[in-house]
Design a binder for this molecule. Structure first.
Ligand code: CS2
Length: 480
């Protein structure tokens, strides 16, 4: 029996009548994280204060999730895994579209008058924004293709611009566009990308966007591993229904949002979201402490043979490095309202150690070239001369970039710049050569870090130990 409105177990009935609420949000990127985070907040907001704020969910690549949700009236279960698990049904997704099947339907949907907020979780690599130039990256495959045929946009920036063009033409008000990816100053960044793309095709449209479209920033947080068959099996066992869109995540969740929604928004605050004037300090804290430590755990843990984050958190010497890393990251952050960074660090250690969450180190290791600049390199610059922690994390990533584990088995790097990394490392066998090759990749390391000889030396020394003696020894040898 498939999970749907007719088969919903009594214990899982939503606290509101989903069909009594219209669509107000278009979301791009229907992955696990969106379903565990923004969809859950929207569900709570609908239950608390109602409104026409259900979500039209667009999947850019996968069609499986669209088929699953279509067969389930948009419903799916979300299980918070803790000492006591808690399962609920999310009913906030009212419609779905697969861009891979019908991209024109997505372009048309972006211009539907009832859409007042557009949200995105498309991952760092999907945007095609040159972060240093705060403009489009013309070499990004989507941007390159869409610039040649912007009316048939498929990539993220071009889709947004085409949707906005249609809205302007129809005399519709501009929506707020809310980036929910782990990027620094994500609202300003997305604005720069959208304006950069619009400017290339229509200066008037770019002006209209600049004057009318709000791009609030947001910090999002909830540890959500990719779903596996075990996720759906658990739901079948507990509730007797088949849910092929089931998700599990930790109980903790946080959402800090810049309050800039000219056409209104759901009562996400009633669901626990924090609305502030300036998200940047929260974003920095989370990117550098949580995500930075996550990347350290991913690279060092994967090479040391830990499949899951929870396993890495049983490795006491590695945990000590994770703690040192977060302390170093916290030292570069300013005071942050009433947030106690020591308490935040301790809470993160407990969250990472959650035994119920099967979060693969290999999953987090993905897309390092997209993640490390804001997680590791930016704080490394601010920490002045105390760079050991960041050099260790960088060296662990470099070790990972060799693509061969300690048993000599090759693995796929899963990074958009993987081919470039392999080419750069061809013939590089010593720690010094590997380090030089990777630091030399264009537009990856900030100039000041690239030109800092003590950082380069600190990375090389650690990589040397990782290569010669193994990751476990390198971790144990690290001064605390
Ligand atoms: C992780 C994040 O995969 C990754 O890179 O660091 O997805 C992390 O789990 C989330 O940002 C937690 O909010």
């Amino acid at each position: 029996m498939r999970l749907c409105l007719n088969t919903l177990p009594q214990s899982l009935l939503p606290a509101y009548d989903p069909e009594a609420h219209g669509i107000g949000i278009l979301h791009l990127g229907l992955g696990a994280f969106h379903r565990a985070h923004q969809a859950a907040y929207t569900d709570d907001a609908l239950a608390a204060e109602g409104g026409d704020w259900r979500i039209l969910g667009v999947s850019l690549r996968s069609t499986d999730i669209i088929d699953a949700l279509a067969a389930q009236d948009g419903l799916f279960t979300l299980t918070e895994r803790a000492d006591t698990d808690r399962t609920r049904v999310i009913a906030a997704i009212g419609e779905t579209l697969a861009a891979a099947r019908d991209s024109e339907a997505v372009r048309a949907a972006l211009a539907r008058p009832e859409i007042r907020v557009i949200t995105l979780t498309v991952t760092e690599k999907a945007y095609g924004i040159d972060r240093a130039a705060m403009d489009i990256d013309p070499a990004h495959p989507d941007v390159d293709r869409d610039l040649k045929d912007p009316r048939h946009a498929n990539g993220v920036l071009a889709l947004l611009v085409e949707g906005l063009r249609r809205r302007q033409k129809a005399g519709l008000p501009a929506p707020a566009i809310l980036c929910c990816d782990n990027l620094p100053e994500n609202g300003a960044l997305l604005r720069a990308g959208v304006l950069g793309f619009a400017r290339r095709i229509d200066a008037g449209l770019a002006e209209w966007i600049a004057a009318n479209v709000a791009f609030p920033s947001s910090m999002v947080d909830r540890i959500t591993p990719a779903a596996t068959d075990a996720t759906a099996d658990r739901i079948k066992d507990l509730f007797g229904v088949t849910d092929t869109a089931a998700i599990e995540c930790e109980a903790f969740s946080q959402w800090v949002i810049e309050d800039n929604f000219p056409q209104g928004r759901p009562a996400w605050d009633a669901a626990g979201a924090l609305f502030v004037q300036d998200v940047a300090p929260y974003e920095r804290m989370k990117l550098r402490m949580l995500n930075g430590a996550h990347s350290l755990i991913a690279y060092a843990g994967f090479i040391a043979g830990h499949e899951f984050v929870r396993d890495a958190m049983q490795d006491a010497p590695l945990v000590a490095l994770v703690d040192r890393h977060m302390k170093a990251a916290a030292a570069g952050l300013g005071a942050l309202g009433d947030i106690d960074l020591d308490a935040y660090r301790h809470a993160l250690l407990a969250r990472f150690a959650n035994r119920s969450i099967a979060h693969q180190t290999y999953q987090i290791a993905m897309d390092g070239t997209e993640k490390l600049p804001q997680r590791i390199f930016a704080p490394a610059l601010e920490a002045g001369t105390d760079i050991d922690a960041f050099a260790f994390a960088t060296a662990a990533w470099m070790r990972y970039c060799t693509g061969i584990d300690e048993q000599g088995r090759p693995y796929d790097l899963r990074d958009p710049r993987a081919a470039e990394i392999h080419a750069a490392l061809k013939g590089a066998t010593t720690a010094g050569a590997i380090c030089d090759a990777l630091i030399g990749l264009p537009d990856l390391f900030p100039k000041a870090l690239k030109e800092n000889p003590s950082f380069r030396q600190a990375c090389t020394d650690r990589l040397q130990i990782m290569l010669a003696r193994g990751m476990t020894r390198a971790i144990a040898q690290e001064p605390l």
